[in-house]
Each structure stands twice: as structure tokens, then as C-alpha cells.
Write a protein of this length. Structure first.
Length: 252
């Protein structure tokens, strides 16, 4: 069901990537965490090497992760979730609190987020793989819609060779095109997780605003909020050393 990379030993630490990401985005940090934990870096449904399905929602992704934990006999786990993965982690924690020890949420809150990936999806959909473009061709096409170099490089990591001369994206773009509203869905109002929770936001990101902390506290009463200055939404990639320090301090 879910592809994962497992390394290290000790208490389980699961890492859940964001929308259009995959486990490989966390490779370096996962190796660092593996010095103290048994790290499971997952590809979520319709991403990376995991199953592709018409079903796509936070409920079903959280169930996927729960089933993964059951399959691997994991208990007393810690979870790091970034962006979409943070929403999955929040829902899993509130639905199965007995499974978790601590929760870390990176640059996302439990609130509703309006659609804001339209330009990215337009750029991805503009790529016609039937004409067998090269990697540089794909980037040139996306550049017309996605001017930010870092965002394009992040997306380009999803390219792979299906066969010699034939590229494709690993994620399930067809499903995302008609299930985009699922990405912004809020955590259900009644759900609460009372165990220790750390929210980490990027100082230049607008995903978690100061006024959001009241709502965060409603769902996660034992939570704290830390900020990594001078980074955006991909805070773990822009300043991995500070991200690692904040997470390990919280988990000690």
C-alpha cells in the first residue's frame, strides 16, 4: 500500500511529506534522525512509489498510515508531518491518540485553506509526455507557469523514466486535478489531541499566522509554536539544521 524507507533503531518516528512531495525530499534529515530513532519515511497515497487510487482525502490517507503502523506493529510513535502531511498527521493523532507519543507539524494549521496551487497544476498539466520531452524540455514548459526556481526543482524530483526515452510524474496528477479541494479541508471541529505537540512555521511563510494559534490550542491544548526565521514554507529544506535542532529538542 504505502512505500517507505526504514532506517535506524529505537522509538518509531514517521515522516509524512507535503502535497506533490515524496519520501526522498526528507532523505538527509531522515538519516540524521535515524541516529536516535527508527525512522519510517513514507510516500503517501497518490505520491511517490505508493499506490495510485481514485480515492484521495485526509480521512483515507490517515487510515493508510494507521494501517501501515498496524502492519509494522508500531506503537508509541512520534510523527513529523509537513503541509499536507501535517494535516494527515493531525487527523491520525486525533483519531488514534493511543498510537502516538508526540506530534510535530511543519508549517500548516488545522484550519481550512483555499485553493492556491492553480499555477502549479497548470504548469504540470502543460507537459505532454506523449511527445517524449527531455527533463530540460519539461522544465522549460513549467517555467512559463512556475517562475520560482526552487518550486520547479522540487516538482522536477517527481520525474522518472518509465522506460528509456519516456518520462512521467510519479504523483497522480489526474486525481489531483479533480480532487484539489481535498487539500484545503480543515480538521473536523470536534477533534482534539491532548499529548505534546509542536508546530513549527517558517518566518516568511503565511501558512500559520499569529491569530491561528487560538484555533491550534483548541485542537491541541498541549501545543507550542516555534518559528524558524528567514525561511518559507519548505522550512525543513531551507534550514535543515535549525529544523533538526527544534525537533530533537522537543522529542528529548
Amino acid at each position: 500500500m504505502l512505500y517507505s524507507k526504514i532506517e535506524g533503531s529505537g522509538q518509531p518516528l514517521l515522516i509524512l511529506h507535503g502535497f506533490l512531495g515524496m519520501s526522498d525530499n526528507w532523505k538527509s534529515l531522515a538519516t540524521q534522525f535515524a541516529a536516535n530513532f527508527e525512522v519510517h519515511t513514507l510516500d503517501l497515497r497518490n505520491h511517490g512509489r505508493s499506490l495510485q487510487s481514485e480515492e484521495f482525502s485526509y480521512e483515507i490517507m490517515a487510515q493508510d498510515v494507521f494501517d501501515y503502523c498496524q502492519l509494522h506493529d508500531l506503537t508509541n510513535i512520534n510523527i513529523i508531518g509537513h503541509s499536507m502531511g501535517g494535516k494527515v498527521a493531525m487527523l491520525l493523532a486525533t483519531r488514534h491518540s493511543d498510537l502516538l507519543s508526540k506530534l510535530i507539524v511543519a508549517d500548516i494549521g488545522p484550519k481550512f485553506y483555499p485553493q492556491h496551487h492553480q499555477d502549479i497544476l497548470a504548469g504540470l498539466n502543460a507537459v505532454d509526455f506523449s511527445v517524449k520531452p527531455s527533463r530540460s524540455d519539461v522544465e522549460e514548459i513549467m517555467k512559463n507557469f512556475i517562475p520560482d526556481f526552487g518550486t520547479r526543482q522540487f516538482l522536477m524530483k517527481n520525474l522518472y523514466w518509465v522506460e528509456p526515452g519516456q518520462l512521467a510524474f510519479r504523483f497522480n496528477l489526474a486525481v489531483f486535478n479533480h480532487k484539489m479541494d481535498e487539500i484545503g479541508v480543515a480538521l473536523p471541529e470536534e477533534l482534539v489531541f491532548t499529548k505534546p505537540t509542536l508546530f513549527i512555521r517558517g518566518g516568511n511563510s503565511k501558512y500559520i499566522l499569529d491569530r491561528d494559534f487560538e484555533n491550534i490550542k483548541k485542537h491541541f491544548p498541549d501545543s507550542s509554536l516555534e518559528t524558524i526565521p528567514n525561511v518559507g514554507h519548505w522550512l525543513h529544506a531551507e534550514n535543515p539544521a535549525e529544523f533538526y535542532q527544534q525537533v530533537t529538542a522537543f522529542l528529548e
